[in-house]
Write a protein that binds this ligand. Structure first.
Ligand code: C2E
Ligand code: CA
Ligand code: CA
Length: 640
């Protein structure tokens, strides 16, 4: 549809130009004839004067008529079109809007005499961009005016409109009129906003996602560079989430994530925003960090949100979180590194047994690099069969009779041996402990079967189980199934766990241990004394043996004759006896230690005094081939 009067190509524009020229000619004629009439009154001048006046009057009428027909054309166009039309005078600011435009906004009557009235309806956030678009076009900087903005409708809600317009200019290119249309684009914008929301938010929890996080983080960093403020990134990861997912099902897993998101969100302090990074990982962006301890305090607050149980169908269960913290500008100057450092710190918290908070330190980076290379080598070692089991005897403190042995893993990395204390924590963190643990279970059971074929009944062999192995369901079934596959009775095996396994109490590990115990596999609590186990706690656990940590045995008899750890060891033994638990002292290296333990009533000793852990063949030759002979030899060693 063509709007009359628009653009240089229109006939109306030429007519207007001609009228303009005629008007100036008439003025000149008028002035000349007026001067002539005054100075030399003459009929000719009077005739010209009258003609000029008539001409001017006619031109004025033609102009008025043209304006009226243009307006009529606008009105018709406005009425017929789907879009709402408007016409605006940039000089007087007078506004003329069509009924369709009012209709779009739900208004009955035109109450918009000028731009000011219109601007009152424009969403405050959009006024600036609207004004800029108008003024740029008036200045001739844009080929046409276009702006998308929100306008207040009659129902009190904002509607999105797309407004397009063109200025009509005089011969000096000065805009003296602007006309245009308004289209209701609310649906499109809403759809677009929905799409944007979905792209930037997590569907399960409704939290902003990692995409939005990285945008917000980089904005925050740019801002902090200017203001010199601090930012913190808190990386939160649920402990044992996979276990929950596996045992209770994905629905319960999803519900847990929703509840966690809700609990954390409710506790967000001012200046903190929560995001879901993915899986069971959440991120908090703190901007700005005002106090030195603010990030730690927030992490603490968030960690506490996990103390109350979560409900998963019929049962309530517990979970915990590991939180890593990194700070801008201390730990990194860019968002990507800052996030990576928070992630690293979170892994440190996990490595410490989970349910912990760690702040990033430069040392962590070195550890990460080291750990990564160790992990790669360990993975290869597992495939290349570079792992083996050594066995260390446990003997009766009095008689020296072999009562059992502990299977300890060994890694021959080329020429050198990597101590388990170095690689087991890495295996636990990386999850490699699962295949390694499986290998130990199978290897130990196969070895027991072989020895039983060779030597008949032998005392139980203990294997060490890490907390992480319990994260996978049905560990007990797996062990029992392997024993069955080798046609072995259950009592040939013993299981050693540390308190970290038991602290996972709500994670199902206690149930797994109970099943093993019921099946006739004794459970030993390893490294006792280094953790927090209380007497009342021990009573509830399915354990048969306490292994006193070697650090206490080491300090049992001090050179200067001072009591060392003796009172503690005495108390532990007394307590264990009252609970009918068997006591094994680890790391017994000297005869005085051994004697002392005997007087304290310790049943079993294990340590270099009897033997270092030995390869299977050597262990068999020394301790299984002729057990009677060995017993007297052990006794001789034990009695010094
Ligand atoms: P642990 O379970 O406390 O094992 C006892 C550790 O004490 C062994 O170290 C053993 O060699 C050492 N030891 C025994 N007697 C003496 C002694 O008289 N003096 C001294 N100084 N040390 C003694 P190892 O073999 O280096 O194992 C270290 C840790 O690695 C183990 O501590 C255990 O936590 C872990 N580990 C070893 N094998 C396995 C395994 O198969 N699975 C898992 N999950 N962890 C394992
Ligand atoms: Ca052990
Ligand atoms: Ca131990």
């Amino acid at each position: 549809m063509r709007i009359p009067g628009l653009g240089k190509s229109s006939t109306a524009w030429y007519r207007r130009k001609r009228r303009n020229q005629c008007f100036w000619i008439a003025i000149v004629v008028l002035l000349v004839s007026l001067a002539g009439t005054l100075f030399q009154p003459n009929r000719i001048f009077t005739v010209f004067l009258v003609l000029a006046l008539v001409c001017i009057a006619w031109l004025a009428y033609a102009e008025w008529d043209a304006h009226k027909s243009t307006r009529r054309a606008y009105d018709m166009a406005m009425l017929a079109a789907h879009d709402g039309f408007w016409e605006w005078d940039p000089i007087t600011k007078a506004l003329h809007v069509g009924t369709r435009l009012l209709e779009i906004l739900g208004y009955q009557e035109d109450f918009l005499p000028d731009t000011n009235a219109w601007l009152k309806l424009v969403h405050p956030d959009d006024v600036a961009s609207y004004n800029t678009a108008v003024s740029r076009h008036l200045k001739g900087e844009t080929a046409f005016f276009y702006c998308e903005y929100r306008v207040l409708a009659h129902d009190g809600r904002y509607r999105w409109v797309g407004s397009r317009g063109l200025a009509v200019r005089d011969h000096n290119s000065r805009a003296y009129q602007m006309v245009g249309s308004v289209t209701d684009i609310t649906e499109r914008r809403n759809h677009q906003e929905d799409m944007e929301f979905l792209a930037q938010h997590d569907a399960l929890t409704g939290l902003p996602n990692r995409l939005l996080f990285s945008q917000h983080l980089s904005d925050a960093i740019s801002q902090a560079r200017v203001t010199g403020s601090r930012i913190a990134v808190l990386f939160i990861d649920l402990d044992r989430f996979k276990n929950i997912n596996d045992t209770l099902g994905h629905r319960a897993g999803d519900q847990l994530l929703q509840v966690v998101a809700m609990r954390l969100k409710q506790q967000m302090p001012a200046g903190c925003q929560l995001y879901r990074q993915g899986g069971d990982e959440f991120i908090v962006l703190m901007n700005p960090v005002t106090e030195a301890n603010a990030a730690i305090n927030t992490a603490q607050l968030l960690k506490e949100q996990f103390t109350a149980p979560f409900s998963g169908g019929e049962t309530d269960f517990f979970t915990s979180a590991s939180i890593g913290i990194s700070l801008y500008p201390e730990d990194a100057g860019d968002g990507e590194t800052l996030l990576r450092h928070a992630d690293t710190a979170m892994y440190e918290a996990k490595g410490a047994g989970g349910n912990a908070i760690r702040s990033h330190t430069p040392m962590m980076n070195q550890r990460v690099t080291f750990r990564m290379s160790l992990e790669t080598r360990l993975r290869r070692a597992l495939q290349a069969n570079q792992l083996s089991l050594h066995f260390q005897p446990q003997v009766d403190t009095d008689s020296g009779v072999l009562l059992g042995a502990e299977a300890l893993i060994r890694w021959h990395d080329g020429e050198k041996q990597v101590p388990p204390d170095h690689f087991i924590p890495v295996a636990e963190e990386s999850g490699l402990i699962i295949p390694i643990g499986d290998w130990v279970i199978e290897q130990a059971i196969a070895q027991i079967a072989e020895w039983r074929q060779q030597f008949g009944d032998i005392p139980p062999i203990a294997i060490n189980l890490s907390a992480r192995q319990f994260w996978r369901p049905a560990l007990s079934n797996q062990i029992l199934e392997r024993l069955k596959a080798h046609h072995l009775p259950n009592h040939v095996l013993e299981v050693e766990v540390t308190e970290s396994v038991l602290l996972d109490a709500e994670g199902g590990s206690i149930e797994e241990l109970r099943q093993l115990r019921q099946a006739g596999i004794p459970i030993a609590l390893d490294d006792f004394g280094t953790g927090y186990s209380s007497l009342s706690y021990l009573q509830r656990l399915p354990i048969a043996t306490l292994k006193i940590d070697r650090s206490f045995i080491n300090n049992l008899v001090l050179d200067d004759g001072s009591p060392g750890s003796e009172p503690l060891v005495r108390a532990i033994i007394a307590m264990a006896k009252s609970l009918s638990l068997r006591i094994v002292a680890e790391g017994v290296e000297t005869v005085p230690q051994q004697r002392h333990l005997r007087t304290l009533g310790c049943d079993v000793i294990q340590g270099y005094l009897i033997s270092r852990p030995l390869p299977a063949v050597e262990f068999a030759a020394k301790f299984l081939v002729d057990r009677n002979t060995q017993t007297s030899a052990n006794k001789a060693a034990a009695q010094g």
